[in-house]
Design a protein around this ligand. Structure first.
Ligand code: ZN
Length: 323
């Protein structure tokens, strides 16, 4: 069949029967280009201490709710001289850490040979430094349905990944009506390409798309980058480029995404960024209010990592096809 512009078939996601739906909480831990110095722009994985501290607090909150988080790491931050202890800590605390490529390359739009070199290097470091083997790959920047071509997929499979989570645009397709993104989990369920690779699209708005793009004042963000690019902000600092209720709106829309998945018994795969939340959400309102909302439902909702989803809801019901 042709699904979402690709020759593919839907995979079964079997939500355990005691749960109504499932929510994966995933975080791309980029030192994002959007907050980088104007004279030295770029995105990298050398997680700054203030972002690492924020991640530790996120884990504290998640654990208080009895759940775990899934971090996707740009692997160049595991090179010699980098402090990656927060990822070792995350694994020791039973959270998941997986690969977000070595150099933040877009899976769909990068030359496959270049992607091959990147993923090989990423795998070596992930195994050597974190003892994580390739399993699920988060695609940087996202791509629309149909964009991940056969040559790119073949490189991804060759490097040992059986799952990819890169389809999605962070919600930019809902730019004019962000509330519509609440239905994204229904429009984009997981599917398997005929070569065997399983795509688990991510859903709805990302913090970066909404807070730093859709409702952002570009000039104010540029001013911020002159002062605080990839640096910590002073205590009490308030974000200067969004409207005052922007975080409330993001939280409300994502609660609606949970409601939609609940109503239709779907998998909702959310992607956020610790660095964005450090700036927009120093009190961790997003994570705590979302988990509160999830736990307030009459029927239980499964919540956890994408590895958990794959292990419990996909792998047992979908035999793997070899290449
Ligand atoms: Zn990224």
């Amino acid at each position: 069949m042709t699904y979402n512009g690709s020759v593919a078939e839907l995979v079964k996601v079997r939500i355990p029967k005691q749960y109504r739906c499932a929510v994966a909480l995933t975080y791309d831990t980029d030192m994002a280009n959007g907050y980088s110095p104007l004279d030295n722009p770029g995105c990298h994985g050398r997680t700054a201490p203030f972002v690492a501290d924020y991640m530790r607090q996120m884990m504290d909150h998640a654990e208080r709710f009895g759940t775990r988080l899934h971090f996707f790491k740009i692997v160049n931050g595991l090179e010699k001289g980098c402090d990656y202890s927060v990822y070792q800590e995350a694994l020791a605390r039973d959270h998941d850490v997986d690969c977000h490529t070595y150099g933040h390359l877009n899976l769909a739009y990068t030359n496959p040979e270049k992607l091959d070199v990147d993923l090989r290097r990423a795998n070596l470091l992930m195994q050597e430094k974190l003892e994580v083997k390739p399993f699920v790959l988060r695609g940087p920047g996202g791509y629309p349905p149909g964009a991940l071509g056969p040559d790119s997929r073949s490189v991804i499979l060759k490097n040992g990944f059986r799952y990819v989570s890169g389809q999605g645009t962070g919600g930019m397709e809902y730019k004019n009506n962000p509330g519509d993104s609440a239905r994204d989990s229904g429009a984009h369920p997981p599917f398997r390409f005929l070569d065997g690779l399983i795509e688990i699209p991510f859903h709805g708005l990302t913090d970066r798309a909404f807070l730093d793009n859709i409702v952002a004042d570009d000039d104010a963000l540029t001013e911020f980058r002159k002062l605080y690019a990839h640096k910590s902000v002073p205590a009490g600092w308030k974000c200067t480029w969004t409207v005052p209720n922007a975080l409330d709106r993001l939280i409300e829309i994502q609660k609606s995404s949970v409601d939609y998945a609940y109503k239709h018994r779907l998998l909702l795969n959310l992607v956020q960024h610790p660095y964005s939340h450090y700036l927009h959400d120093p009190g961790h309102r997003h994570l705590c209010e979302l988990l509160d909302h999830i736990q307030s439902k009459e029927d239980p909702i499964w919540v956890g990592t994408l590895r958990g989803v794959i292990r419990e809801m996909i792998e047992p019901y979908n035999g793997h096809k070899s290449q």
